[in-house]
Design a binder for this molecule. Structure first.
Ligand code: G3P
Length: 503
Protein backbone atom coordinates (compact mmCIF):
# COMPACT_ATOMS: atom_id res chain seq x y z
CA UNK A 1 0.00 0.00 0.00
CA UNK A 2 1.45 3.43 -0.93
CA UNK A 3 2.30 5.76 1.99
CA UNK A 4 0.00 8.74 1.35
CA UNK A 5 -3.47 9.89 0.33
CA UNK A 6 -4.17 13.04 -1.71
CA UNK A 7 -7.12 15.43 -1.71
CA UNK A 8 -8.23 18.13 -4.14
CA UNK A 9 -10.20 20.90 -2.40
CA UNK A 10 -11.92 22.97 -5.08
CA UNK A 11 -13.21 25.88 -2.95
CA UNK A 12 -14.94 29.19 -3.60
CA UNK A 13 -11.82 31.35 -3.53
CA UNK A 14 -9.06 28.85 -4.25
CA UNK A 15 -8.22 25.31 -5.28
CA UNK A 16 -5.70 23.37 -3.21
CA UNK A 17 -4.10 19.98 -3.31
CA UNK A 18 -3.04 18.36 -0.06
CA UNK A 19 -1.23 15.16 0.79
CA UNK A 20 -1.80 13.43 4.13
CA UNK A 21 -0.05 10.62 5.98
CA UNK A 22 -1.52 7.78 8.00
CA UNK A 23 -1.84 9.95 11.11
CA UNK A 24 -3.97 12.42 9.15
CA UNK A 25 -1.17 14.99 9.25
CA UNK A 26 -0.40 17.35 6.40
CA UNK A 27 2.60 16.36 4.27
CA UNK A 28 2.13 19.08 1.70
CA UNK A 29 -0.29 21.78 0.62
CA UNK A 30 -0.29 24.00 -2.42
CA UNK A 31 -3.11 26.33 -3.47
CA UNK A 32 -4.00 28.91 -6.10
CA UNK A 33 -6.81 31.46 -6.07
CA UNK A 34 -9.10 32.01 -9.04
CA UNK A 35 -10.92 35.09 -10.20
CA UNK A 36 -14.24 36.09 -8.64
CA UNK A 37 -16.20 37.42 -11.61
CA UNK A 38 -18.88 39.92 -10.48
CA UNK A 39 -20.65 41.09 -13.67
CA UNK A 40 -23.64 42.70 -11.87
CA UNK A 41 -24.97 43.23 -8.36
CA UNK A 42 -25.88 39.81 -6.96
CA UNK A 43 -24.10 37.81 -9.69
CA UNK A 44 -20.99 35.74 -8.86
CA UNK A 45 -19.24 33.61 -11.47
CA UNK A 46 -16.11 31.48 -11.88
CA UNK A 47 -14.39 30.44 -15.08
CA UNK A 48 -14.49 26.59 -15.12
CA UNK A 49 -11.46 26.39 -17.43
CA UNK A 50 -9.44 28.52 -15.00
CA UNK A 51 -10.53 26.17 -12.22
CA UNK A 52 -9.47 23.01 -14.06
CA UNK A 53 -6.16 24.58 -15.15
CA UNK A 54 -5.42 25.64 -11.57
CA UNK A 55 -6.42 22.21 -10.28
CA UNK A 56 -3.79 20.64 -12.54
CA UNK A 57 -1.24 23.26 -11.50
CA UNK A 58 -1.68 22.74 -7.74
CA UNK A 59 -1.39 18.96 -8.12
CA UNK A 60 1.75 19.22 -10.26
CA UNK A 61 3.39 21.74 -7.93
CA UNK A 62 2.61 19.77 -4.76
CA UNK A 63 4.06 16.60 -6.29
CA UNK A 64 7.16 18.44 -7.53
CA UNK A 65 7.77 20.11 -4.15
CA UNK A 66 7.55 16.86 -2.22
CA UNK A 67 9.28 14.74 -4.86
CA UNK A 68 6.32 12.34 -4.63
CA UNK A 69 4.76 10.50 -7.58
CA UNK A 70 1.41 8.98 -8.51
CA UNK A 71 2.68 5.67 -7.15
CA UNK A 72 3.09 7.19 -3.66
CA UNK A 73 -0.65 7.86 -3.43
CA UNK A 74 -3.00 5.10 -2.32
CA UNK A 75 -6.02 7.11 -3.46
CA UNK A 76 -7.27 10.61 -4.12
CA UNK A 77 -10.40 12.33 -2.77
CA UNK A 78 -12.25 15.36 -4.11
CA UNK A 79 -14.08 17.98 -2.10
CA UNK A 80 -15.67 21.14 -3.44
CA UNK A 81 -17.64 24.32 -3.06
CA UNK A 82 -21.16 22.98 -3.25
CA UNK A 83 -24.08 24.10 -5.46
CA UNK A 84 -21.87 26.04 -7.91
CA UNK A 85 -23.13 25.02 -11.32
CA UNK A 86 -21.14 24.14 -14.45
CA UNK A 87 -22.76 23.11 -17.76
CA UNK A 88 -20.41 21.90 -20.46
CA UNK A 89 -20.15 20.00 -23.74
CA UNK A 90 -18.69 16.55 -22.97
CA UNK A 91 -17.50 16.15 -26.58
CA UNK A 92 -15.32 19.25 -26.52
CA UNK A 93 -14.84 19.90 -22.81
CA UNK A 94 -15.95 23.51 -23.30
CA UNK A 95 -18.34 25.05 -20.74
CA UNK A 96 -21.31 26.92 -22.25
CA UNK A 97 -20.89 29.82 -19.80
CA UNK A 98 -19.13 30.69 -16.58
CA UNK A 99 -19.98 28.64 -13.51
CA UNK A 100 -22.82 30.20 -11.51
CA UNK A 101 -21.51 30.33 -7.96
CA UNK A 102 -23.53 29.33 -4.89
CA UNK A 103 -23.66 32.97 -3.70
CA UNK A 104 -25.20 34.16 -6.98
CA UNK A 105 -28.79 35.40 -6.58
CA UNK A 106 -29.85 35.62 -10.26
CA UNK A 107 -32.28 32.70 -9.84
CA UNK A 108 -34.20 34.42 -7.00
CA UNK A 109 -37.20 34.83 -9.29
CA UNK A 110 -37.18 31.14 -10.22
CA UNK A 111 -37.21 30.24 -6.51
CA UNK A 112 -40.00 32.70 -5.73
CA UNK A 113 -42.09 31.30 -8.61
CA UNK A 114 -41.77 27.78 -7.19
CA UNK A 115 -43.34 29.00 -3.95
CA UNK A 116 -46.10 30.84 -5.84
CA UNK A 117 -46.84 27.67 -7.81
CA UNK A 118 -47.29 25.77 -4.53
CA UNK A 119 -44.21 23.60 -5.12
CA UNK A 120 -42.30 24.71 -2.03
CA UNK A 121 -43.80 22.05 0.20
CA UNK A 122 -42.84 19.17 -2.13
CA UNK A 123 -39.31 20.56 -2.37
CA UNK A 124 -39.00 20.86 1.41
CA UNK A 125 -40.34 17.37 1.99
CA UNK A 126 -38.34 15.58 -0.69
CA UNK A 127 -35.05 17.45 -0.56
CA UNK A 128 -34.78 18.89 2.97
CA UNK A 129 -34.02 22.25 1.28
CA UNK A 130 -36.20 25.27 0.58
CA UNK A 131 -36.71 27.00 -2.76
CA UNK A 132 -33.78 29.41 -2.90
CA UNK A 133 -31.30 30.75 -5.44
CA UNK A 134 -28.52 29.13 -3.35
CA UNK A 135 -29.14 25.61 -4.71
CA UNK A 136 -28.20 24.22 -8.14
CA UNK A 137 -31.67 23.46 -9.59
CA UNK A 138 -32.62 27.07 -10.33
CA UNK A 139 -29.12 27.82 -11.62
CA UNK A 140 -29.38 24.98 -14.18
CA UNK A 141 -32.85 26.22 -15.21
CA UNK A 142 -31.45 29.72 -15.65
CA UNK A 143 -28.71 28.41 -17.96
CA UNK A 144 -31.18 26.31 -19.97
CA UNK A 145 -33.41 29.37 -20.44
CA UNK A 146 -30.81 32.08 -20.96
CA UNK A 147 -27.72 30.66 -22.65
CA UNK A 148 -28.16 30.22 -26.40
CA UNK A 149 -28.36 26.68 -27.66
CA UNK A 150 -27.97 24.87 -24.33
CA UNK A 151 -31.45 23.34 -24.24
CA UNK A 152 -31.06 21.96 -27.77
CA UNK A 153 -27.55 20.74 -26.96
CA UNK A 154 -28.89 18.97 -23.87
CA UNK A 155 -31.38 17.17 -26.11
CA UNK A 156 -28.47 15.87 -28.22
CA UNK A 157 -26.48 14.77 -25.15
CA UNK A 158 -24.08 17.65 -25.72
CA UNK A 159 -24.75 19.59 -22.50
CA UNK A 160 -24.13 18.03 -19.11
CA UNK A 161 -24.32 19.46 -15.61
CA UNK A 162 -21.99 19.08 -12.68
CA UNK A 163 -21.03 20.85 -9.50
CA UNK A 164 -17.30 21.42 -9.27
CA UNK A 165 -16.71 17.92 -7.83
CA UNK A 166 -18.11 16.43 -11.03
CA UNK A 167 -16.27 18.93 -13.25
CA UNK A 168 -12.99 18.13 -11.45
CA UNK A 169 -13.54 14.36 -11.54
CA UNK A 170 -14.49 14.46 -15.23
CA UNK A 171 -11.34 16.41 -16.10
CA UNK A 172 -9.00 14.31 -13.94
CA UNK A 173 -10.35 11.04 -15.38
CA UNK A 174 -9.71 12.05 -18.98
CA UNK A 175 -12.14 14.86 -19.87
CA UNK A 176 -13.35 14.68 -23.47
CA UNK A 177 -11.21 11.55 -23.89
CA UNK A 178 -13.45 9.49 -21.56
CA UNK A 179 -13.93 11.34 -18.28
CA UNK A 180 -16.53 9.84 -15.92
CA UNK A 181 -19.71 11.82 -15.18
CA UNK A 182 -20.39 11.12 -11.51
CA UNK A 183 -21.27 12.98 -8.32
CA UNK A 184 -21.76 11.84 -4.74
CA UNK A 185 -24.87 11.90 -2.56
CA UNK A 186 -23.74 14.90 -0.50
CA UNK A 187 -23.36 17.14 -3.54
CA UNK A 188 -26.56 15.78 -5.08
CA UNK A 189 -28.38 16.65 -1.85
CA UNK A 190 -27.69 20.36 -2.55
CA UNK A 191 -29.35 20.53 -5.96
CA UNK A 192 -33.09 20.49 -5.02
CA UNK A 193 -33.29 17.58 -7.49
CA UNK A 194 -32.55 14.53 -5.28
CA UNK A 195 -35.04 12.81 -3.01
CA UNK A 196 -33.41 12.30 0.40
CA UNK A 197 -35.25 9.02 0.93
CA UNK A 198 -34.35 7.30 -2.35
CA UNK A 199 -31.01 9.13 -2.83
CA UNK A 200 -31.88 9.32 -6.55
CA UNK A 201 -32.79 12.11 -8.94
CA UNK A 202 -36.54 12.64 -8.74
CA UNK A 203 -38.66 13.06 -11.88
CA UNK A 204 -41.22 15.35 -10.24
CA UNK A 205 -38.46 17.68 -9.02
CA UNK A 206 -36.75 17.62 -12.44
CA UNK A 207 -40.06 18.61 -14.05
CA UNK A 208 -40.34 21.68 -11.77
CA UNK A 209 -37.10 23.03 -13.30
CA UNK A 210 -37.50 21.57 -16.80
CA UNK A 211 -34.17 19.75 -16.50
CA UNK A 212 -33.61 16.66 -18.69
CA UNK A 213 -32.36 13.73 -16.58
CA UNK A 214 -29.67 12.96 -19.21
CA UNK A 215 -27.81 16.12 -18.19
CA UNK A 216 -27.23 14.86 -14.68
CA UNK A 217 -24.32 12.83 -13.33
CA UNK A 218 -24.76 9.42 -11.77
CA UNK A 219 -25.15 9.59 -7.97
CA UNK A 220 -22.71 7.41 -6.02
CA UNK A 221 -21.65 7.01 -2.35
CA UNK A 222 -19.11 9.44 -0.88
CA UNK A 223 -16.50 6.73 -0.53
CA UNK A 224 -16.40 4.08 -3.19
CA UNK A 225 -14.22 1.04 -3.84
CA UNK A 226 -12.72 0.17 -6.22
CA UNK A 227 -13.07 3.76 -7.59
CA UNK A 228 -15.22 6.21 -9.52
CA UNK A 229 -12.40 6.26 -12.07
CA UNK A 230 -8.66 6.74 -12.22
CA UNK A 231 -6.44 9.67 -13.07
CA UNK A 232 -4.60 9.42 -16.38
CA UNK A 233 -0.99 9.25 -17.49
CA UNK A 234 -1.48 12.45 -19.49
CA UNK A 235 -3.06 14.37 -16.57
CA UNK A 236 -1.34 16.19 -13.67
CA UNK A 237 -0.67 12.99 -11.70
CA UNK A 238 1.27 11.46 -14.59
CA UNK A 239 -0.25 8.06 -13.88
CA UNK A 240 -3.29 6.14 -12.71
CA UNK A 241 -4.40 6.88 -9.14
CA UNK A 242 -7.86 5.70 -8.06
CA UNK A 243 -10.27 8.50 -7.14
CA UNK A 244 -12.35 6.94 -4.37
CA UNK A 245 -13.84 9.75 -2.28
CA UNK A 246 -16.13 12.72 -3.04
CA UNK A 247 -17.78 14.96 -0.44
CA UNK A 248 -19.16 18.49 -0.60
CA UNK A 249 -16.77 20.68 1.38
CA UNK A 250 -18.95 21.11 4.45
CA UNK A 251 -19.68 17.42 4.64
CA UNK A 252 -15.95 16.75 4.16
CA UNK A 253 -15.18 18.99 7.14
CA UNK A 254 -17.73 17.01 9.17
CA UNK A 255 -15.82 13.82 8.33
CA UNK A 256 -12.45 15.54 8.89
CA UNK A 257 -13.67 16.60 12.35
CA UNK A 258 -14.70 12.96 12.94
CA UNK A 259 -18.31 13.92 13.76
CA UNK A 260 -19.43 10.32 13.26
CA UNK A 261 -21.94 10.08 16.13
CA UNK A 262 -25.40 11.65 16.32
CA UNK A 263 -25.18 14.90 18.30
CA UNK A 264 -21.64 15.76 17.14
CA UNK A 265 -21.29 19.09 15.29
CA UNK A 266 -18.69 21.26 13.61
CA UNK A 267 -18.64 24.85 12.40
CA UNK A 268 -16.45 25.75 9.41
CA UNK A 269 -15.37 29.38 8.96
CA UNK A 270 -14.61 30.02 5.27
CA UNK A 271 -16.12 32.41 2.73
CA UNK A 272 -19.31 31.67 4.62
CA UNK A 273 -19.94 29.63 7.76
CA UNK A 274 -21.52 26.22 7.74
CA UNK A 275 -22.50 24.34 10.87
CA UNK A 276 -23.46 20.68 10.51
CA UNK A 277 -24.94 18.49 13.25
CA UNK A 278 -24.83 14.74 12.70
CA UNK A 279 -28.36 13.34 13.19
CA UNK A 280 -27.45 9.74 12.37
CA UNK A 281 -29.43 7.66 9.91
CA UNK A 282 -32.56 9.55 10.88
CA UNK A 283 -33.86 12.41 8.71
CA UNK A 284 -34.55 15.32 11.07
CA UNK A 285 -36.68 18.04 9.51
CA UNK A 286 -36.12 21.57 10.68
CA UNK A 287 -38.82 23.82 12.05
CA UNK A 288 -36.42 26.73 12.42
CA UNK A 289 -34.74 27.48 9.14
CA UNK A 290 -32.07 24.80 8.99
CA UNK A 291 -31.53 22.44 6.06
CA UNK A 292 -31.62 18.66 6.12
CA UNK A 293 -28.75 17.27 4.10
CA UNK A 294 -26.71 14.11 3.57
CA UNK A 295 -23.61 14.18 5.81
CA UNK A 296 -21.91 11.21 4.12
CA UNK A 297 -22.57 7.73 2.82
CA UNK A 298 -19.78 5.22 2.89
CA UNK A 299 -20.06 2.27 0.48
CA UNK A 300 -22.23 -0.55 1.79
CA UNK A 301 -23.52 1.51 4.71
CA UNK A 302 -26.67 3.58 5.11
CA UNK A 303 -26.56 7.33 4.54
CA UNK A 304 -25.92 9.52 7.58
CA UNK A 305 -27.82 12.82 7.67
CA UNK A 306 -27.15 16.24 9.15
CA UNK A 307 -28.95 19.41 10.06
CA UNK A 308 -27.12 22.34 8.49
CA UNK A 309 -27.03 26.03 9.27
CA UNK A 310 -25.61 27.80 6.18
CA UNK A 311 -24.40 31.40 6.51
CA UNK A 312 -23.49 33.10 3.24
CA UNK A 313 -21.08 35.83 4.33
CA UNK A 314 -18.49 35.53 7.11
CA UNK A 315 -14.85 35.37 5.95
CA UNK A 316 -15.89 37.23 2.81
CA UNK A 317 -17.01 40.16 5.02
CA UNK A 318 -13.38 40.41 6.21
CA UNK A 319 -12.28 40.31 2.55
CA UNK A 320 -14.71 43.15 1.89
CA UNK A 321 -12.98 45.27 4.55
CA UNK A 322 -9.72 44.47 2.75
CA UNK A 323 -10.68 44.69 -0.93
CA UNK A 324 -13.49 47.23 -1.03
CA UNK A 325 -13.02 49.46 2.03
CA UNK A 326 -9.21 49.09 2.19
CA UNK A 327 -9.10 49.47 5.98
CA UNK A 328 -6.82 46.41 6.27
CA UNK A 329 -4.19 45.06 3.89
CA UNK A 330 -4.51 41.39 4.82
CA UNK A 331 -7.38 39.43 6.35
CA UNK A 332 -5.15 38.61 9.33
CA UNK A 333 -4.85 42.34 10.12
CA UNK A 334 -8.53 42.39 11.06
CA UNK A 335 -7.47 40.90 14.39
CA UNK A 336 -4.85 43.59 15.17
CA UNK A 337 -7.23 46.36 14.15
CA UNK A 338 -10.14 44.97 16.17
CA UNK A 339 -7.91 44.59 19.23
CA UNK A 340 -7.30 48.36 19.25
CA UNK A 341 -10.72 48.81 20.87
CA UNK A 342 -12.21 47.08 23.90
CA UNK A 343 -15.64 46.51 22.38
CA UNK A 344 -17.77 47.25 19.31
CA UNK A 345 -18.52 50.83 20.47
CA UNK A 346 -22.23 50.21 19.81
CA UNK A 347 -21.66 49.25 16.14
CA UNK A 348 -23.23 46.20 14.50
CA UNK A 349 -22.51 45.10 10.95
CA UNK A 350 -24.91 42.67 9.27
CA UNK A 351 -23.16 41.54 6.05
CA UNK A 352 -26.31 40.42 4.23
CA UNK A 353 -24.63 40.78 0.82
CA UNK A 354 -26.50 37.81 -0.69
CA UNK A 355 -29.60 38.26 1.45
CA UNK A 356 -29.66 36.32 4.70
CA UNK A 357 -29.35 32.53 4.73
CA UNK A 358 -30.05 30.39 7.82
CA UNK A 359 -32.06 30.70 9.92
CA UNK A 360 -33.76 33.72 8.29
CA UNK A 361 -33.80 32.87 4.55
CA UNK A 362 -34.52 36.42 3.48
CA UNK A 363 -33.33 37.05 -0.11
CA UNK A 364 -34.69 40.60 0.27
CA UNK A 365 -32.18 41.50 3.03
CA UNK A 366 -29.15 43.68 2.24
CA UNK A 367 -26.14 44.59 4.38
CA UNK A 368 -26.26 47.30 7.05
CA UNK A 369 -23.90 48.97 9.50
CA UNK A 370 -25.95 50.38 12.38
CA UNK A 371 -25.36 52.11 15.72
CA UNK A 372 -22.75 54.56 14.38
CA UNK A 373 -21.77 57.73 16.20
CA UNK A 374 -18.93 60.19 15.55
CA UNK A 375 -16.90 58.35 18.21
CA UNK A 376 -16.63 55.24 16.05
CA UNK A 377 -13.59 54.38 13.97
CA UNK A 378 -12.23 51.70 11.67
CA UNK A 379 -11.37 49.43 14.61
CA UNK A 380 -15.01 49.33 15.74
CA UNK A 381 -16.03 48.22 12.25
CA UNK A 382 -13.35 45.51 12.25
CA UNK A 383 -14.59 44.31 15.62
CA UNK A 384 -18.21 44.44 14.48
CA UNK A 385 -17.23 42.32 11.46
CA UNK A 386 -15.68 39.63 13.65
CA UNK A 387 -18.67 39.77 15.95
CA UNK A 388 -21.01 39.41 12.96
CA UNK A 389 -19.32 36.12 12.12
CA UNK A 390 -19.98 34.93 15.67
CA UNK A 391 -23.51 36.32 16.05
CA UNK A 392 -24.59 34.65 12.80
CA UNK A 393 -23.24 31.40 14.21
CA UNK A 394 -25.17 31.98 17.42
CA UNK A 395 -28.38 32.39 15.39
CA UNK A 396 -27.68 28.98 13.86
CA UNK A 397 -26.78 27.32 17.19
CA UNK A 398 -30.03 28.58 18.74
CA UNK A 399 -32.03 27.11 15.84
CA UNK A 400 -30.10 23.83 15.98
CA UNK A 401 -30.60 23.37 19.69
CA UNK A 402 -34.32 24.02 19.37
CA UNK A 403 -34.71 21.70 16.36
CA UNK A 404 -32.68 18.79 17.68
CA UNK A 405 -32.83 19.12 21.45
CA UNK A 406 -29.05 18.65 21.43
CA UNK A 407 -27.32 21.18 23.71
CA UNK A 408 -23.76 21.93 22.58
CA UNK A 409 -21.20 21.57 25.34
CA UNK A 410 -18.32 22.49 23.05
CA UNK A 411 -18.15 23.86 19.49
CA UNK A 412 -15.60 22.20 17.18
CA UNK A 413 -14.34 24.76 14.68
CA UNK A 414 -12.15 24.77 11.56
CA UNK A 415 -11.44 26.81 8.44
CA UNK A 416 -9.34 29.87 7.60
CA UNK A 417 -10.97 32.35 10.01
CA UNK A 418 -10.18 30.11 13.01
CA UNK A 419 -6.59 31.38 12.88
CA UNK A 420 -8.08 34.70 14.10
CA UNK A 421 -7.76 34.18 17.86
CA UNK A 422 -9.85 37.22 18.77
CA UNK A 423 -12.68 35.96 16.58
CA UNK A 424 -12.57 32.57 18.29
CA UNK A 425 -12.57 34.21 21.75
CA UNK A 426 -15.56 36.29 20.69
CA UNK A 427 -17.28 33.14 19.42
CA UNK A 428 -16.90 31.53 22.83
CA UNK A 429 -18.09 34.73 24.57
CA UNK A 430 -21.11 35.15 22.30
CA UNK A 431 -22.17 31.49 22.56
CA UNK A 432 -21.25 30.95 26.19
CA UNK A 433 -19.62 27.58 25.39
CA UNK A 434 -15.98 26.56 24.85
CA UNK A 435 -14.65 26.59 21.29
CA UNK A 436 -12.16 23.90 20.23
CA UNK A 437 -9.82 23.97 17.22
CA UNK A 438 -8.05 20.79 16.03
CA UNK A 439 -4.36 20.47 15.16
CA UNK A 440 -5.25 19.93 11.50
CA UNK A 441 -7.42 22.95 10.72
CA UNK A 442 -7.66 21.86 7.03
CA UNK A 443 -10.44 19.47 7.91
CA UNK A 444 -12.15 19.86 4.54
CA UNK A 445 -9.29 18.36 2.54
CA UNK A 446 -8.66 15.89 5.35
CA UNK A 447 -12.28 14.66 5.20
CA UNK A 448 -11.99 14.02 1.46
CA UNK A 449 -8.74 12.16 2.05
CA UNK A 450 -10.44 10.11 4.77
CA UNK A 451 -13.34 9.18 2.46
CA UNK A 452 -10.86 8.15 -0.25
CA UNK A 453 -8.57 6.28 2.15
CA UNK A 454 -11.42 4.33 3.77
CA UNK A 455 -12.45 3.02 0.35
CA UNK A 456 -9.07 1.43 -0.34
CA UNK A 457 -8.38 0.21 3.21
CA UNK A 458 -5.64 2.81 3.85
CA UNK A 459 -7.59 3.52 7.06
CA UNK A 460 -9.47 0.54 8.45
CA UNK A 461 -12.55 2.23 9.86
CA UNK A 462 -13.89 5.42 11.43
CA UNK A 463 -12.30 4.49 14.80
CA UNK A 464 -8.89 4.76 13.13
CA UNK A 465 -9.87 8.27 11.99
CA UNK A 466 -11.10 9.25 15.45
CA UNK A 467 -7.72 8.29 16.88
CA UNK A 468 -6.10 10.90 14.60
CA UNK A 469 -8.12 13.86 15.97
CA UNK A 470 -6.26 16.11 18.44
CA UNK A 471 -7.08 19.50 19.94
CA UNK A 472 -4.76 22.40 19.20
CA UNK A 473 -6.42 25.17 21.23
CA UNK A 474 -9.55 25.82 23.30
CA UNK A 475 -11.22 29.16 24.16
CA UNK A 476 -13.42 29.51 27.26
CA UNK A 477 -16.18 32.16 27.61
CA UNK A 478 -15.05 35.37 29.36
CA UNK A 479 -18.21 37.49 29.05
CA UNK A 480 -20.84 37.32 31.80
CA UNK A 481 -24.44 36.42 30.96
CA UNK A 482 -25.60 40.03 31.01
CA UNK A 483 -22.96 41.13 28.50
CA UNK A 484 -23.83 38.17 26.32
CA UNK A 485 -27.57 38.74 26.25
CA UNK A 486 -27.26 42.51 25.79
CA UNK A 487 -24.91 41.99 22.86
CA UNK A 488 -27.20 39.44 21.24
CA UNK A 489 -30.27 41.65 21.66
CA UNK A 490 -28.36 44.41 19.81
CA UNK A 491 -27.53 41.99 17.02
CA UNK A 492 -31.16 40.96 16.62
CA UNK A 493 -32.21 44.62 16.36
CA UNK A 494 -29.52 45.17 13.72
CA UNK A 495 -30.76 42.18 11.71
CA UNK A 496 -34.30 43.56 11.75
CA UNK A 497 -32.99 46.71 10.02
CA UNK A 498 -31.68 44.75 7.00
CA UNK A 499 -34.97 43.23 5.85
CA UNK A 500 -37.25 44.33 2.98
CA UNK A 501 -34.51 46.16 1.03
CA UNK A 502 -34.65 44.30 -2.24
CA UNK A 503 -37.92 43.15 -3.72
O1 G3P B 1 -22.43 25.79 0.20
C1 G3P B 1 -21.31 26.55 -0.16
C2 G3P B 1 -20.07 26.01 0.48
O2 G3P B 1 -19.90 24.68 0.13
C3 G3P B 1 -18.88 26.88 0.12
O3 G3P B 1 -17.84 26.64 0.97
O4 G3P B 1 -15.63 26.97 1.95
O5 G3P B 1 -15.90 27.22 -0.51
O6 G3P B 1 -16.81 28.92 1.06
P1 G3P B 1 -16.46 27.49 0.85
Amino acid sequence: MPDFVGAVDQGTTSTRFMIFNHNGLEVCKFQLEHEQILPRAGWVEHNPIEISTRTSAVIETALQRTGLHDTDLAAVGITNQRETTVVWNPRTGRPYCNAIVWQDTRSNKIAAQLERDGRGEVIRRKTGLRPDAYFSGGKIQWILENVDGVRQAAGRGEAVFGNTDTWTLWNLTGGARGGVHITDVTNASRTMLMDLETLEWDDELLSFFGIPREMLPEIRPSSEPPSYGSTTAYGPFGGEVPITGILGDQQAATVGQVCFSPGEAKNTYGTGNFMLLNTGTELVRSERGLLTTVAYKFAGQPAVFALEGSIAVTGSAVQWLRDQLHIIRTSAQSEDLARQVADNGGVYFVPAFSGLFAPYWRPDARGAIVGLSRYNRDAHLARATLEAICYQSRDVVEAMQQDSGVVLDVLKVDGGVTSNNLCMQLQSDILGVPVSRPVVAETTALGAAYAAGLAVGYWKDTDALRANWAEDRRWEPEWNDEQREKGYAGWKRAVSRTLDWET
